[in-house]
Design a binder for this molecule. Structure first.
Ligand code: 3PG
Length: 306
């Protein structure tokens, strides 16, 4: 009987855990739960006899994979899998999957939570700005990007997008203006919302050269990954341009410096909250559990990423 471990530093909503439990137990599998672990050894101990692991942004590196002697599959209940060492997993014969699209509305809604808060000067009592009639640039038009476009239209924004891997016709068919390059997108947008994954190509790619294309009163909102930002160059542009705002759901390494230098135009959530809704936890958690039971029962490897 396969043993499935939920290992989440940032726990799923209780209702999502109950849903996952139902799927796992209906399949006749065993469920173990490790939540809010405070030190790495707890994770290393918990994976020891697990055949499958469900995680969020939890780090699954070579050490964790080596400690999990019976591991067959890891499912990241979410989109980005940059927290998993794919090479180590492949070398150990471990299948890695994600659950694309399952938490994307939650992340997209948070973009607007951050934007309203930022556009109103962090509710500091001063007069802010509205989102209506502003130009929003969506950098990468995947599941989250598409949801951001849908919501932006409700705010009365004009929506642009750039995605190196999505056909421009597909973007335009959503009533979104397709840009040919990141440079064109940044130049056309009052606000840019980042939805690129953290890869070797994208790390540090949001830099001075790109950000300097943005018009006056530009706002950059990041619910993607902190690694895509060139942090020293973001500081440089914010020092040069007192009109520029940065809002993020992923605390930068230089959070203390940013908070001190850019009061009222810099905000980071204390912990990444984009996908932390009951709905997203249920959708992604149950999808992960179903993908695992389908993997063991039918050999199904749909959503495999390694
Ligand atoms: C994702 O990659 O699915 C999102 O960034 C959300 O990540 P989280 O589940 O770790 O909050």
């Amino acid at each position: 009987m396969p043993k499935i471990l939920i290992a989440t530093d940032k726990p799923f909503a209780k209702i999502a855990v109950e849903g996952i439990k139902k799927v796992i137990e209906n399949a006749g599998f065993e469920l173990a739960l490790l939540e809010k672990y405070t030190d790495r050894q707890q994770l290393l101990d918990a994976v020891n006899d697990a055949n499958a692991i469900i995680i969020l942004s939890d780090i699954i590196d070579n050490e964790v994979i080596s400690a999990a002697k019976n591991l067959k599959i890891v499912v990241r209940a979410g989109a980005g899998y940059d927290n998993i060492d794919l090479q180590a997993a492949t070398a150990a014969g471990v299948c890695v999957m994600n659950t694309p699209g399952q938490n994307s509305n939650a992340v997209a809604e948070l973009v607007f939570g951050l934007l309203v808060y930022g556009a109103r000067n962090l509710f500091n009592g001063s007069s802010g700005t509205e989102l209506k009639d502003k130009r929003l640039g969506i950098h990468a038009y995947g599941n989250v990007g598409r949801n951001v476009a849908r919501i932006a239209k409700g705010f009365g924004m004009t929506v642009f997008a750039y995605d190196a891997f999505t056909d421009s016709q597909k973007i335009e068919s959503d009533g979104v203006k397709s840009c040919k390059s990141a440079e064109e997108l940044y130049a056309a947008s009052d606000i840019v919302s980042l939805h690129i994954p953290a890869t070797a190509e994208t790390k540090n790619s949001i830099d001075y050269q790109l950000l300097s294309k943005m018009p006056k009163n530009g706002i950059l909102v990041n619910t993607a990954r902190k690694e895509v930002i060139n942090e020293p160059e973001l500081v440089k542009i914010m020092e040069e341009r007192p009109d520029f705002k940065y809002l993020t759901d992923i605390m930068p390494s230089n959070n203390a410096e940013m908070s001190e230098k850019f009061a009222n135009r810099y905000f980071s959530t204390p912990k990444k909250m984009g996908a932390q809704t009951a709905e997203a936890n249920i959708n992604a958690g149950i999808a992960a559990a179903q993908q695992i039971t389908d993997f063991f029962q039918n050999g199904c490897e749909k959503f495999r990423v390694n």
